[in-house]
Design a protein around this ligand. Structure first.
Ligand code: KE4
Length: 430
């Protein structure tokens, strides 16, 4: 039987770093990545037969748990009818209608195959619609690896300590302004200097790419006001938070905290594909009408709206609308976070955490960081050791302190208490 180590050694011969996405290589936490053979419910198994309680869930998509029978049935039925046509299908309409039902800020949606593609296209649309070039993003937020956005990204890049990526010519990022998250003064300054040249501001309203940092209500309120005042589009990157922190995503929470709040464009991914390659961007018809084939903003994709992926996504979106789905998911995620913080306190280790819906984060710190620099200040030594202590006890957390964690509907109270017991032992080992 192949071991994780022998598979990793072999993988590195044919795949750069042995992985198809950097964070999977465990370089932030050290050690050997686990080669997963199968998953079911809240669990995954590696090549050595070791079972783990899975708190990554494919980095967000698996919100109903791995291999949910209703999703499996929908995919099996769809695949028999055809893998891909490159032509329109009714199911794309059904998925679009389902997304728009849950996202009142949008009237139309375009389906694509990855969050990166969705974010990149949303920016091109914003630039085409406004006729402007500049954009603002925030340090610690990650919006996929499109060139213009790969500036001080908060995901994998932060782990590697490269504030920008090689291979991105300076002229490509000359229009990208990077501000400090939750910093109103910088926002005011940037808008007064560049406001009339700004096509859009892109933000993770709950920043899962610096673990779990909330945009403050005053900050988001001011951001919305400034975008409206200067005619820049506010683009909510909900690839991670969409249908995850709440049924209506982060924007539905900010609409509760700021009366009448809504973004101009939204970017989705992960949950809407249920684990298959599917993402989307959405907005008012007036803006979306700029897109080809109607308007001058080009955007396309061979597998966009893929019939198997749309079946997987649609089945997932139906399941998360079941009564009480988010209430019980949020309750379980909350129990995890309070259990971890209680266990750490008992062990005399500073730990704080936060959660919304089925997304959580925790920091080895006394208080929740409000921006990227504060997240960085705590270093990763303690997290990395905790990560391995938990992994050795069959609990699979995100292999980087900059990543958020995810609970699925398949995680039981027993899984949560088992995780907390493992944490008690892990904290004692620390
Ligand atoms: P993808 O291109 O990876 O589908 O989506 C990019 C993306 C866009 N926006 C947000 C808010 C995201 O979190 C992501 C991708 N998230 C990472 C995890 N931090 C995916 C994991 C990985 O890169 O392997």
């Amino acid at each position: 039987m192949s071991t994780n180590a022998s598979l990793f050694e072999r993988a590195q011969r044919s795949i750069p770093g042995g992985v198809n996405s950097p964070v999977r290589a465990f370089r932030a936490v050290g050690g050997t990545p686990r080669f997963i053979t199968r998953a079911q419910g809240a669990y995954i198994w590696d090549a050595e037969g070791q079972q783990y309680i899975d708190y990554i869930g494919s980095w967000g998509p698996m919100i109903v748990g791995h291999g949910h029978p209703a999703v499996l049935e929908a995919v099996q039925k769809a695949v028999v009818d055809g893998f891909s046509f490159g032509a329109p299908t009714e199911r794309e309409i059904e998925l679009a209608e389902e997304i728009l039902k849950l996202v009142p800020s949008a009237e139309q949606v375009r389906l694509v195959s990855s969050g990166t593609e969705a974010g990149m296209s949303a920016i091109r649309l914003a630039r085409g619609y406004t006729g402007r070039s500049k954009l603002i993003k925030f340090e610690g937020c990650y919006h996929g690896h499109a060139d213009a956005l790969l500036v001080k990204a908060g995901s994998g890049l932060a782990t590697f300590g490269h504030p920008t990526s090689a291979g991105v010519p300076p002229e490509v990022v000359q229009h990208t302004i990077v501000l400090e998250y939750n910093n109103v003064e910088q926002l005011e300054q940037a808008f007064s200097e560049h406001g009339h040249h700004l096509a859009c501001v892109m933000i993770e309203a709950i920043a899962g790419n610096m673990n779990f940092v909330r945009a403050s209500v005053p900050f988001m309120k001011r951001l919305r006001e400034l975008c409206t005042e200067y005619g820049a589009l506010l683009v909510f990157d909900e690839v991670m938070t969409g249908f995850r922190v709440a049924l209506g995503g982060a924007q539905s929470l900010f609409a509760q905290w700021i009366p009448g709040f809504k973004p101009d464009l939204s970017v989705f991914g992960k949950v809407i594909g249920g684990g298959m390659p599917l993402a989307a961007f959405a907005g008012p018809t007036e803006i979306m009408a700029q897109l080809a084939p109607l308007g001058p903003v080009y955007q396309a994709g061979t597998l966009s709206g893929n019939p198997v992926a749309t079946a997987c996504g649609l089945a997932t979106l139906k399941l998360i609308q079941q009564p009480g789905f988010f209430e019980s998911l949020s309750q379980r995620t909350g129990a995890l976070i309070s259990g971890l913080t209680d266990a750490a306190r008992t062990a005399g280790i500073p730990l704080c955490g936060d959660h919304l819906g089925g997304m959580f984060g925790f920091f080895f710190a006394d208080q929740l960081p409000q921006n990227y620099a504060a997240v960085m200040a705590h270093g990763s030594t303690r997290f990395n050791r905790f990560f391995h202590e938990m992994l050795d006890r069959g609990v699979y957390l995100a292999p980087a302190m900059y990543e958020a964690g995810f609970v699925s509907a398949a995680h039981t109270d027993k899984d949560i208490s088992q995780t907390i017991d493992a944490a008690k032992q892990a904290f004692a080992a620390l």
